[in-house]
Every structure is written in C-alpha cells, then in structure tokens.
Design a protein around this ligand. Structure first.
Ligand code: AHR
Length: 531
C-alpha cells in the first residue's frame, strides 16, 4: 500500500481500497472465458445431462431440462466436449446416425482407480451407449446458448477423420453424404462449429508426445480444414500448469515451420489439488477432502488456484518469443479444484465431488484473474459441468441441485462482453503457512468491466476467518446508483445437497454503498451506474 493509499484508507475507516480506473484501456472480456467442460466421464453425460427421451425426468429431446434451464441463466460462453482424455479415444462416427443402431464402446475411464465402491461397472459410464453424440451435444449447446468447442482425437484417429467430422458438422445441407446423416440426426442446417481443439493433453493421456512431435502432428492435422464459410479457430494442446518448456519447444517447432499462426489458441490446463501445505506433494496422495478441511487445506487449495495468474503470465511471455504481436490466445480449457474420492453424489459419478464456499472463493479468484487478463485469455472452461470435479451442478435420476460455484458464475455474467477495467487494489495480505514457513495470499481479489454505462465490479474475500472492510473508488467517471448481490455462508464448509439445495444461495444487498464489509470467504458483485 502506498502512503497516500494508507492515508485515504485511514480517513474512510476501511483498511482496504479498490480503485477502478475507468479511463485506462482494457480488452473485451470474451464470453467464451465463461465456458463449461463436458467430458464423457462418470456421471457428466449419462445421468448428468442425458436422461433419454423416454425418461420420467423432465427432458428436452433426452437432455435434462432442469440443467438446461439453470445453465442458460448463467450464459455459458462456450461448452467443450467430448474430453478430456476421453477425446483421444473417441470415434465421432459412433455417435451419429440412428440412436438404436449406435455401437456400445469401452470408455477411456473404464479402469480408473478412483471408481467408488458399489458403482455399477457395466453401465453407460463404463460402456458408452453413444446415445449422446454430436447432434445431441450441439442441441444442448443451442438450448443453453454456449458455443460448441470440440476436442478432436489426435492419438487414435487419422487426420482425415477430423475433416470428416467437420464435414458432418458444417457442410451445407444436402451437399455431402455426411450432411444427410446430420439431417437424419435432426439437424439439417449446418452446425457452424467454430472451435476445434487438436488433441488433449498430448504430453500425457493424449499420446505422450514430446513437444516437437506434437507440433508436427498439430501442423499436419490443421494444414487443411474445410471452412464451409466458418471462421475456424484451431486450438493446440498446450501445457500442463507451468510447463513452460512444452510451450517454448512447441512454439519453436511451429515457428521453424512458419506455422505459429496456423492456430488461434493454445490450451493450458491447471487444477488446484494439493491440500498438503507443502510444495513437494504427490498427485496420488496429496489431495484433500472436499468437505472436511481446516485452514491448512483451505489455503493450500487457494494458493493453487491463485497460481493460475503466474501460469498465464509465464506462458504468455514464452509465446511472445515467436508471436510478439500475440495473435495466438491462451485457452485455459480445464481449471478447477480436484479433491480425493469420497464425496461423489452417486457411485457412478467417477471424479464427482462436493462443492463448498471454498470452491466459490476459488471460482471468484480464478474468474477475476481471467477478467484482468482479458487480452491474453481467449477462452476458458471449468472442469466439469455436472457431477465432476468443480461442478456447477449435481444431478442423479430425479434429483438436482446447483453448487456454490454455479452461483459465482451467476454473479459474473455481467462481465461477459464488457471491457476489462484495470483495478488497483490495496488490502492487507492474508498470512498462512506453506512448507512450514509464513506465506502470503492476496487480501482481496477483484475485477471490473464496463458495458454501456454499467460498471460491474466483483470482489472476493479469500480469508477463511476474517471479514474485510474496503472502499470502492471509481476513477475517471462519476459513480451513480449501486446495486449488489453477495454469496456467503456462515460456515465456509457450507454446500448444497439434493436434500438441502438452497443452503448456499446469493442474497441481494439492500441499498449497498461503495464502502462495504466483505464477510470471510465471500464473493460479491456490484453494479454501478456511471455518468
Ligand atoms: O477433467 C478430468 C481430466 O483431467 C481430463 O480428462 C484430462 O484432460 C485432465 O487430466
């Protein structure tokens, strides 16, 4: 905090200050940053989204209606499918044509070690009935307003199959054999699918490539992709976390071949999973419980989530070595909290977990970071939509509820398509322990955007125990009417269940001012009219 800021804070009685610099330039926040991820994994597709047309559960053409209605309200900018690791094993042809004739196939996740005890290992979560294929997914996108983003199979299908999938989706009605198949699947008009990922985690489950080999494959797969009048956006399979060497070596190889601009986006994955409070932790043993946690596990997870800012800045700098004008955007198409097994909403929901106010704080921190780096982040998707990792929804048979993370997405919709406004924030840092030594976390997190005459400001208080008073100051414009909505709960462990689906829900603030006390572990949105 500068001494001028400290003085100003003392004069107002608040110890923190959030200055919104309306006059400063900022990029437009792509609605695609508010994306979702749907992988054919555990209970995401079967039971989560797809219940079937003949189900007693309310559905639209087999798609769970309650999910459609709730998702539409938070305006998903994009929806990624079919994986994840599943994508590099998926043959899109299995999921087109008459549903009753579609083959049953072994799912990528069939042998995963995390299957809960008692799970039916012979159901569609293990042996895919392919009832949910391309047309069903695109219909889901159309009903919810998200743009489809496909992850194409690089590991186990030839490049020709990517062109054919594109032909099925986008070729003109009546023009190709595959557009006729599409029409038979209930979608005569071209689907206009714009976003195409080439492989997934190609450094791991997507083929264990080395960077140079992957770059060559990426170039080969994307060398010719029929456009059908669509401005295609190709996304390369980028790094895990801060593996800057993957980005550097792939970009160097693409640059040697003059192909850096053959891609529009570069996908990075970042999960927050380490609950040990120590930097040296094992993936298999270092995760914590979704519901039972104390301060060490809480701050350990927040530290991991907050780290996405360093990861974005680091890859961006490396990408600049071969793309100085930054035509290629970062796509954080898998992010979220990942806990140890044990809180799955039902046994077939592999990698399903509960979602508390801790996850709401993680979502607030992460989305603020994406908003503040709107010139870098072109798309992002939280993993995953329903019944999986940091899900927005839990759904099983006729039971359904939204999670605290869902409500954060609800609070942030106003940012979509707004101009990102720089925020100068001063707040005393939070002290916690890391590697047995004192460590610091930002005292507050915030982002702001402007659409027309409305300024949207979101503020997260990451402290597990302390409220924080802050003053919001609008610079470069006159602040008018203020409204606000807040998500908080007395206990940071609070969460929604099928039985108690409204334990955590946002509250409209009665006549909020620009000086505000943010409760511990809360996420708040203000809308400020400016003149
Ligand atoms: O989201 C679950 C898995 O995490 C995805 O399939 C994979 O891409 C990542 O490792």
């Amino acid at each position: 905090m500068t001494s001028a800021m400290a003085l100003a804070a003392r004069q107002t009685g608040a110890d923190s200050r959030i200055e919104i610099l309306v006059d400063e330039p900022g990029a437009v926040i792509a609605p695609e940053i508010y994306g979702q991820f749907v992988e054919n994994l555990g209970g995401v597709v079967y039971d989560g989204i797809w219940v079937g047309e003949n189900s007693k559960i309310a559905n639209v053409g087999g798609l769970r209606k309650a999910l459609i209605d709730a998702l539409k309200r938070v305006q998903p900018g994009m929806i990624r499918w079919p994986g994840g690791c599943f994508a590099d094993q998926y043959d899109w042809r299995d999921g087109v044509g008459p549903r009753e004739k579609r083959p049953r196939r072994t799912n990528f996740w069939v042998d995963d070690e995390s299957w809960p005890k008692g799970a039916n290992r012979l159901g569609p979560q293990s042996y895919d009935t392919n009832q949910f294929g391309t047309a069903e997914f695109v219909r889901f996108c159309e009903l919810t307003g998200g743009q489809p983003y496909f992850a194409a199979n690089l590991r186990s299908l030839p490049a020709e199959e990517l062109y054919r999938w594109l032909e099925y989706c986008n070729s003109p009605a009546g023009a190709t054999t595959l557009s006729d198949v599409r029409a038979g699947d209930g979608h005569p008009a071209p689907m206009g699918v714009r976003y195409w990922g080439v492989g997934n985690e190609s450094w791991g489950c997507g083929g264990n490539f080395d960077p140079e080999d992957y770059a060559s494959e990426l170039r080969r797969y994307s060398a010719w992709m029929p456009k059908y009048g669509v401005d295609l956006r190709v996304v390369g399979s980028g790094p895990n976390d801060d593996d800057f060497s993957w980005t550097r070596r792939c970009f160097s190889k693409l640059a040697r071949d003059g192909q850096v601009h053959g891609i529009w986006g570069w996908a990075a994955h970042h999960y927050s999973w380490n609950a040990t409070g120590k930097s040296k932790a094992e993936w298999s043993t270092g995760k914590g419980d979704a519901l039972k946690f104390g301060a060490p596990q809480y701050y350990s997870l927040l530290r991991g989530a907050d780290d996405v800012e360093r990861i974005i800045e680091g890859h961006w700098a490396v990408m600049a070595e071969h793309d100085p004008r930054h035509r290629v955007k970062l796509v954080v198409d898998e992010w979220g909290a990942w806990y140890a097994p044990g809180t799955e909403p039902f046994a077939e929901a592999l990698l399903g977990q509960q979602n508390t106010m801790r996850d709401a704080v993680i979502a607030g921190l992460t989305l603020d970071i994406f908003n503040r780096h709107a010139e870098k982040v072109g798309m992002a998707s939280v993993a995953q939509l329903v019944n999986n990792l940091q899900a927005l929804f839990l759904a099983h048979e006729d039971q359904f509820c939204v999670t605290p993370t869902y409500h954060v997405f609800g609070l942030y919709t106003g940012h979509q398509g707004g101009r990102s406004i720089p925020v100068m924030l001063s707040a005393p840092r939070i002290h916690y322990e890391w590697d047995g030594a004192p460590a610091l976390l930002r005292g507050l997190s915030s982002s702001a955007s402007l659409k027309g005459q409305t300024l949207t400001v979101t503020v997260t208080n990451p402290s597990m125990e302390a409220e924080r008073e802050a003053e919001i100051v609008v610079r470069g414009a006159k602040a008018g009417a203020v409204s606000g909505v807040m998500l908080s709960a007395g206990d940071v462990h609070s969460h929604n269940t099928f039985e108690n689906s409204e334990a955590v829900k946002p509250k409209v603030l009665p006549s909020p001012g620009l000086r505000f006390v943010f409760p511990a572990a809360s996420v708040t949105k203000f809308e400020i009219g400016i003149g």
